[in-house]
Ligand binder design. Sequence first.
Ligand SMILES: CC(C)(COP(=O)(O)OP(=O)(O)OC[C@H]1O[C@@H](n2cnc3c(N)ncnc32)[C@H](O)[C@@H]1OP(=O)(O)O)[C@@H](O)C(=O)NCCC(=O)NCCS
Length: 113
Amino acid sequence: MELLEIEDKLVYQKDGHFVGHIDYHEEEDSSVYINYFQIYKEYQTFGLGSEMLKEMISYFRENGFKTIKLEAIPMESSMSITTLISFYMKNGFDYMFRGTNYLKLDLNIESFR
Ligand SMILES: CC(C)(COP(=O)(O)OP(=O)(O)OC[C@H]1O[C@@H](n2cnc3c(N)ncnc32)[C@H](O)[C@@H]1OP(=O)(O)O)[C@@H](O)C(=O)NCCC(=O)NCCS
């Protein structure tokens, strides 16, 4: 498993295959904002999304960030907003806000272990 930084993306690689990526940008107050997070279709539901989030949190911690902000929009009808909320909360995020078709969640890197 390897997390690679390519331009403004973090790409996750397993056994020589790209399995997913994160688009992000840096914000004020040592926070980072996740615009988009995806595990590619054929690699979903094998635990890679959870693994990649853990790697991502370590990566941002090592780079001095304190907070991860995430806006999530379910991209496929198979994954409901409720499922997405439990996915991110299981991975350490705090649920902040739910709009009609999107979510906002935050993760405090310093208090996450
Ligand atoms: C959301 C996403 C990143 C999860 O990645 P993943 O590798 O499939 O996640 P995991 O295998 O770690 O699974 C996490 C949990 O979500 C569940 N899950 C994953 N995909 C699911 C789906 N399509 N429908 C229902 N449940 C799903 C898994 O069963 C698992 O639950 P469990 O731990 O209770 O067994 C991935 O499905 C994805 O990229 N989806 C399309 C893009 C998207 O919607 N991105 C999120 C908004 S930015």
